[in-house]
Design a protein around this ligand. Structure first.
Ligand code: ZN
Length: 323
């Protein structure tokens, strides 16, 4: 098992043990009581750490995408209505994930919805917080780890610079996991969208199927109980592990954006662990809801409890000037 996957496994065990605490939005880790610097000082400190760092590991979680307008997953927002309005009107659900769980009467209806869901992220432009982050990272040696499946980072960077450990909406796998294969989902999704038109159903004969066993395909993503953790999955963990191992003794900066309380095991707690244990590591997190900084690393990091979109814009301006 790769180094980073091992860190995730360790925190996963901790998470199960203290599940009630995490579910209540807390953490079993002893937090720092140090008072945070004023916002302007945090921004200049953030910019200074970027300049000084030999290398940067970016951890992008759900808060980063929702900050940029990808806020249609859990709630009935204007963007949800824009992309999923006809389904919301017909079936009454609120939020894109809600639509994934709806008991559709036919597979044609389910796939019409699923195709719309995938098409929305596959074709979305790169959003503002990602563009600002990209400007901030220019000229730096960096690597991205993300739990977001919405392909925002891979629209900006080659795949060798990005580890997508929760999957990627551009790929299908076999729903029965009969084989360790993933394949393109973009073209089949386009075909389904064309066939659907203004309707909320597609002809069942174009439902994508596994080339090996004929079962229905399924997006290569965690969250529905059948995520294929095969070769492609291992590769994601190998990429992030190699990057950290190669740079372990350097001035390495861990940047965490928008980790929620239900998934601290993929980015947040491994980053805490690495910051504590690597000699010249530093940690900065941006989180609108939770400003959690462990006491053990209070001299090696800080948390900005503000809107991610605003913070990234302010950092970009601080580093590059202009507006
Ligand atoms: Zn199959």
């Amino acid at each position: 098992m790769s180094m980073y996957e091992n860190l995730v496994m360790q925190t996963q065990m901790n998470y199960s043990k203290y599940y009630r605490l995490y579910a209540a939005g807390k953490t079993p880790v002893k937090l720092s009581e140090k008072k945070a610097l004023p916002y302007e000082k945090q921004i200049s400190e953030f910019a200074r750490k970027i300049k000084e760092a030999d290398c940067i590991v970016v951890g992008g979680a759900s808060g980063l995408s929702s900050a940029g307008g990808g806020d249609f997953y859990y709630e009935d927002t204007p963007s949800f209505r824009r992309y999923f309005g006809k389904f919301a009107d017909r079936y009454g659900f609120k939020g894109a994930f809600n639509g994934m769980q709806y008991p559709y009467k036919t597979r044609g209806e389910f796939w019409a919805y699923l195709a719309t869901f995938l098409h929305t992220t596959q074709t979305a432009p790169v959003r503002k917080p990602y563009l600002d982050l990209d400007q901030i990272l220019q000229g730096k040696d960096f690597f991205v780890l993300t739990t977001n499946q919405d392909t925002q980072f891979v629209k900006l960077y080659p795949e060798e610079k990005v580890a997508q450990i929760q999957g990627d909406h551009r790929f299908f796998q076999c729903s029965r996991q009969c084989c360790d294969e993933t394949w393109d989902a973009v073209k089949p999704v386009e075909k389904m969208m064309e066939a659907m038109g203004n309707d909320t159903c597609i002809p069942e004969e174009i439902i994508p199927r596994c080339p090996n066993c004929g079962a229905e395909a399924f997006p290569w993503v965690r969250g529905y109980g059948n995520f294929l953790q095969g070769r492609k999955y291992e590769e994601q963990y190998e990429k992030i592990s190699e990057y950290i191992e190669e740079n372990a003794d350097k001035k390495i900066l861990f940047l965490e954006f928008g980790v929620g309380r239900m998934t601290p095991m993929f980015i947040q707690e491994p980053f805490w662990n690495l910051t504590l244990n690597l000699p010249d590591a530093y940690y900065i997190a941006v989180n609108t809801q939770y400003d959690f900084l462990p006491e053990q690393i209070e001299e090696k990091g800080f948390v900005i409890g503000k809107n991610i979109k605003q913070v990234l814009e302010d950092i970009r301006i601080e580093l590059k000037g202009g507006c």
